[in-house]
Design a protein around this ligand. Structure first.
Ligand code: BG6
Length: 488
């Protein structure tokens, strides 16, 4: 990169290093630990990928028979998206997918996680399928495979067909879970001859909490429910996951691998003492009680039911069996530590430590920097539930991404973030935590939900006026990690 600096900047940048080197005693290259970097490798056959989702990149919302989704309606409602935008065009990936696959190729990745837009496949949510919608994913998958990139498909990344919202109240109805199972079966029937890995639902916690009002209502469908209604939605989403697992087993090619992609509530020991580590394991189980725990154990914990009280979801034993249908892997999206935990003497065994206001954050104010979450989230997932195959289905960060005079984005903060999180991931894999792959969020800048185009998460910058893609410095960092299969 040095040629991009002026001579003066280059001299300043290298001056300190030059001084340091001349002050070192003479030593042979072999004996000098600086000259012989220790490679911190990832496992062989590790899947290195990037991740995206349909509504955030595809655009072409009226193309080839796609039906409207709840995000079309939400984004077009004045005042909902901070910059007043929507994803009608987004990154125009629907037309530019071949070019985008070349961007992946340039990174050297061997895997790609994308999502399938349910309203392209079933424009009304149920009923007649739309073969033209499926054709897009056929073309995408074929092009990925032709370029040596393994497709990992997500079935639901939040773009529910609007028809199901209108008819059923979306996930407030069990019938939506049933419709999701049917859609999953259809996709499995048509794509699993080539797609070997399927994520069911992306981040249930995010779209439920922000879409149905556990906190501020910031996402589609933009409904504010009381606690009992929220817990019922959570239950229907978990049921949808289970029905999808069963439908994929029934309709897909034998051996298709399936699992969730959840933003696990990452519980990190505040100080890594044996007692706090144990407390973080207990907290992991309880704090994920509404989704991952019931998927992996087939029961709501006593703690979850006691906390929910009269607002607990209504469910049957049969529901729990469906929800806990065995999965092949668990995908977790890890962006930050949700909680730091210490051990307590009381019955719960753990306490959540409040965050100080000075705790560091990235460009998005929700994105706290805590790289050790990338160690503890998969480590506790493996420890608490004996999960044998884990994917980091998302990790990444927004950044200010200011271009220099030549237009290049030197996103050192994103590199810092990724390097530190990957260091913790390598710590986990070196200890034998069974993480099989990592998907960086995101391949390119996209429509970031309520933030519109105001927040950028891509390794590639997208100029949304021209649709030009340009690699940021972080793309070069990631390419180097992937090429070495090690930290660089
Ligand atoms: C994850 C989502 O929560 O984080 C992605 O799965 C999303 O779809 C990413 O783009 C960044 O979050 P946000 O809310 O800042 O867009």
């Amino acid at each position: 990169m040095s040629h991009r600096f002026t001579r003066r900047q280059f001299a300043t940048a290298t001056g300190a290093v030059a001084l340091g080197v001349s002050a070192l005693p003479a030593a042979s290259a072999a004996a000098n630990p600086v000259a012989a970097p220790v490679h911190r490798n990832f496992p062989r056959d590790f899947a290195w990928g990037t991740a995206t989702s349909a509504y955030q990149i595809e655009g072409a919302v009226n193309e080839d028979g796609r039906g409207p989704s709840i995000w079309d309606a939400y984004a077009h409602t004045p005042g909902k998206i901070r910059d007043g935008s929507n994803a009608d065009h987004a990154a125009d990936h629907y037309r530019r997918y071949k070019e985008d696959i070349q961007l992946m190729k340039a990174l050297g990745v061997n895997a790609y996680r994308f999502s399938i837009a349910w309203p392209r496949i079933f424009p009304q949510g149920t009923g007649a399928a739309n073969p033209k919608g499926l054709d897009f994913y056929n073309r995408l998958v074929d092009e990925l495979l032709a370029n040596g990139i393994e497709p990992f498909a997500t079935l639901y990344h939040w773009d529910l067909p609007q028809a199901l919202q209108d008819r059923l109240g979306g996930w407030q109805s069990r019938d939506t879970a049933k419709a999701f199972g049917d859609y999953a079966g259809y996709v499995a029937q048509h794509l699993t001859d080539r797609v070997r890995n399927i994520f069911t639902i992306n981040e249930s916690a995010t779209f439920i909490d922000f879409g149905y009002g556990a906190g501020p209502v910031e996402m589609a469908p933009g409904v504010k429910l009381p606690q009992a209604g929220l817990n019922q939605v959570r239950h229907h989403v978990a049921l949808g996951h289970g029905l999808a697992v069963q439908a994929i087993r029934a309709n897909g090619r034998a051996g298709t691998q399936v699992g969730p992609a959840e933003n696990i509530v990452a519980c990190v020991p505040a100080i890594e003492t044996p007692a706090n580590i144990r407390a973080s394991e207990i907290a992991t189980r309880e704090m994920n009680g509404g989704y991952l725990t019931v998927i992996l154990e087939g029961r709501y914990t006593d703690g979850f039911l006691a906390y929910a009280g009269k607002d607990a979801p209504v469910f049957t034993a049969e529901d729990l069996k469906i929800i806990s249908s065995p999965v092949d892997f668990v995908g977790i999206n890890v962006y930050m530590p949700q909680h730091y935990v210490v051990a307590t003497e009381d019955a719960s065994g753990f306490a959540l430590v409040p965050f100080p206001s000075s705790f560091p954050r990235m460009e998005s104010d929700w994105l706290r920097i805590g790289p050790e979450a990338m160690y503890w989230a998969p480590r506790n997932l493996a420890k608490v539930w004996n999960v044998e195959n884990i994917y980091i289905s998302e990790n990444g960060t927004s950044a200010a991404d200011q271009p220099d005079a030549g237009g290049k984005i030197h996103d050192l903060d994103r590199i810092m973030y990724l390097r530190n999180y990957l260091t913790q991931l390598q710590r986990a894999t070196a200890e034998g935590v069974p993480v099989r792959g990592y998907f960086q969020w995101s391949l390119m800048d996209n429509f970031e939900w309520p933030d519109g185009y105001d927040k950028r998460f891509g390794l590639y910058h997208v100029d949304f006026a021209t649709q030009k893609r340009s690699p940021k410095l972080s793309a070069e960092f990631y390419r180097a990690v992937v090429a070495a299969n090690a930290l660089v």
